[in-house]
Design a protein around this ligand. Structure first.
Ligand code: CS2
Length: 485
């Protein structure tokens, strides 16, 4: 770890653990930790990170070990590309390589202060009522006293931490869910309760903090062109290299259980109320991503920048942000939502990212509530219109039937794929919309039965089927799309 010691004097200790070593963590969370270490006063010891994966392949972790914990990160946009080194990682953990006890032991290590997590929305195994005790992986952990699911693993680690009296711990969720900290806390407590350990639930309440956090950096899965760019800039074909955009945001609720890593030195921001930041990002950025990914794919476009090159889709993204999402947001002093939308549109058009629509359109069942259903609820309460949000949901429903407008196959990657396929196996048209709205893991029955909710979606779906994506978008008149301003 020569680079780490050089970057911020003193011997690095494993004070941080990151679970979910994927492209986003490499481009975002670990990049902030690296910058924090670089910007710390020379007398302060660096914060060393251990990185872990729960299920995905061991290969990249082995490669990272071989590279001494270092990898290349390239930030690229139309202005150019710039390579950095990330070298804050001490070692790696994978249950299949290091044994089932390695991760709980890492969580129980008294030197550890903070765990960060990027496990995607589905990793939390949540239902509307809290932890989904019927999820097969949760069931299996409960029945066999194993810890393969995230909640079971965290509970096992925290139980051991309590046993060795290792002190409090902070767990920071970095996934795109509203109030992700509260949801993580719910998932962990529910599992501890289901394990029958009421005293552990109490200990967790007293000793563990679950700050919510809003994360933002558009980071597509690495493609061949990205790999070639890394080789060109660094001279190495780094198996853990990643290409991302220059923009980065990490807003963290300031509620820690022990020593707080000075992540602000790495570009993060600590705030007392995270909710307005989360809502802004999920409803403006992620909601329009979901809309573009589905409508763009149906129309035969494969990347977000290609969508942005089509005036109808670019205008739809701008309108969804400015007219349908922005009015639903709580005030955020000092933030100009119009300028925020403008910056997002430029980021979406970044030609170096080639962000695949198919990637964004995966796991949509887990994304609809916080991205689209929450702002639509606001519109229902306020009597305002939401034609583009309706078209986004209709686009997802059309995707579920498996083909784009040219008859090419659209893959359905979703933890609810079985349920969605069943709903999509009946006749098309209004009946299909009705069947999709019956998926109660996504739509509450109150919402699904409300004509103010299903009518606009049904009309949007008809319009998509009769006029195609471009026709349906062209039919949304500026007047119809206007709520305020
Ligand atoms: C995207 C996000 O895949 C998706 O659903 O909307 O991963 C998005 O790129 C990030 O949230 C940007 O910060």
């Amino acid at each position: 770890m020569a680079g780490l010691i050089k970057s911020a004097g003193g011997r690095p200790r494993p004070r941080l653990l990151h679970i979910g070593f994927g492209g986003f963590a490499r481009a975002h969370t670990l990049a902030v930790i690296q910058a924090m270490n670089e910007n710390m006063p020379p007398q302060c010891p660096a914060w060393g990170v251990r990185v872990a994966r729960l299920h995905s392949s061991i290969r990249q972790l082995d490669a990272l070990e071989k590279a001494g914990g270092c990898y290349s990160l390239v930030e690229a946009d139309h202005r150019g590309a710039f390579a950095r080194r990330v070298e804050c990682i001490l070692d790696t953990i994978h249950p299949l390589r290091d044994g089932p006890d390695a991760l709980p032991e890492a969580i129980a290590d008294p030197r550890l202060s903070t765990v960060t997590l990027t496990v995607t929305e589905k990793g939390y195994a949540l239902s509307a009522e809290g932890l989904n005790l019927d999820a097969p992986e949760v069931q299996e952990d409960l029945n066999r006293s194993t810890w393969q699911s995230l909640p079971a693993l965290l509970v096992e680690g925290l139980a051991r931490r309590r046993e060795v009296n290792a002190g409090g711990l902070t767990l920071i969720s970095c996934d795109n869910l509203s109030e992700n900290g509260r949801l993580l806390s719910r998932s962990v407590r529910d599992f501890a309760r289901a394990r029958g350990d009421a005293s552990l639930v109490h200990w967790i309440t007293e000793n563990v903090a679950f700050p919510s956090s809003m994360v933002d950096r558009i980071t597509p899965a690495l493609d061949d062109a990205g790999r070639a760019l890394i080789v060109k800039l660094t001279g190495t074909d780094d198996p853990n290299g990643i290409v991302t955009e220059p923009y980065l945001q990490w807003v963290i609720e300031d509620s820690f259980a022990g020593p707080r890593p000075p992540l602000d030195l790495g570009g993060a921001q600590f705030v007392t109320d995270i909710r307005p930041f989360e809502a802004m990002k999920l409803r403006m950025l992620n909601a329009s991503h979901t809309m573009l990914a589905h409508l763009g794919s149906l129309a035969g476009l494969t990347t977000i920048d290609a969508c942005m090159a089509e005036p109808l889709l670019a205008r739809a993204a701008a309108r969804l942000m400015r007219i349908e999402a922005a009015p639903t947001l709580p005030p955020l002093p000092g933030i100009d939502l119009d300028a925020y939308a403008g910056a997002l549109l430029t980021r979406f058009a970044n030609p170096r990212l080639r962000h695949a629509c198919v990637q964004i359109a995966s796991d949509t069942s887990q994304k609809l509530p916080q991205r689209l259903l929450a702002p639509i609820s606001w519109h229902l309460d306020n009597g305002s219109v939401w034609p583009l949000m309706a078209l986004a949901i209709a686009g997802w429903m059309a995707w579920a039937r498996g083909q784009d407008e040219m008859g090419r196959t659209l893959p359905l990657n979703d933890p609810l794929a079985k349920r969605i396929r069943k709903a999509a196996s009946g006749p098309d048209g209004d009946a299909h919309v009705a069947a999709m709205l019956e998926i109660e893991e996504i739509f509450s029955s109150r919402m699904a039965k409300d004509p103010r909710f299903f009518d606009p979606i049904r009309s949007a779906y008809r319009s998509l089927r009769e006029r195609g994506v471009r026709g349906a978008l062209a039919d949304i008149s500026p007047v119809e799309g206007r709520n305020s301003t």
